[in-house]
Design a protein around this ligand. Structure first.
Ligand code: MN
Length: 141
């Protein structure tokens, strides 16, 4: 982990917001809280985070809409997004990933899984070697 990586935390619930930010700070990250989803895009531009943690159920604008907005924004689309949601109904994770989120954690969070997911999104493991493709197999024939 690189110390001081910046994480924007978009969450309307004050207790969750504090929990997430405290956890992240305890692990050496710089956490920036956003309580109102309507401010999320502007704050992301100003703060230039390395990761965005996004609540899904919020008043005024949902996390799903915000993920779609960020993933179609040339300046913000490269920032990984970890969605956090209490509704883990079948199909929810799929919808969230289709919107462009790279990670997904369900509430109530497991502290260990939450921190692990953050670490993985910030420092993804190297891509595996490409599997041999058709031309290689043809050459072996
Ligand atoms: Mn919420």
């Amino acid at each position: 982990m690189r110390v001081g990586q910046k994480i924007l935390v978009v969450e309307d619930n004050e207790l969750n917001l504090r929990l997430f930010c405290d956890l992240l700070k305890a692990h050496g990250y710089e956490a920036e809280p956003v309580r109102d989803g309507r401010e999320a895009v502007g704050r992301a531009r100003d703060f230039a985070p390395d990761l965005v943690i996004m609540d899904i159920q919020m008043p005024y604008i949902t996390g799903l809409e915000l993920i779609e907005q960020m993933k179609t924004d040339l300046e913000l689309r490269g920032i990984p997004i970890m969605a956090v949601t209490a509704y883990a109904a079948k199909g929810d994770e799929e919808r969230i990933r289709e919107a462009g989120a790279e990670g997904y954690v369900s509430k109530p969070i497991s502290v260990v899984k939450f921190v692990e997911a953050v670490g993985t999104l910030l420092n993804p493991p190297p891509a595996p070697e490409a599997a041999p493709d058709m031309p290689a197999r043809r050459a072996a024939r």
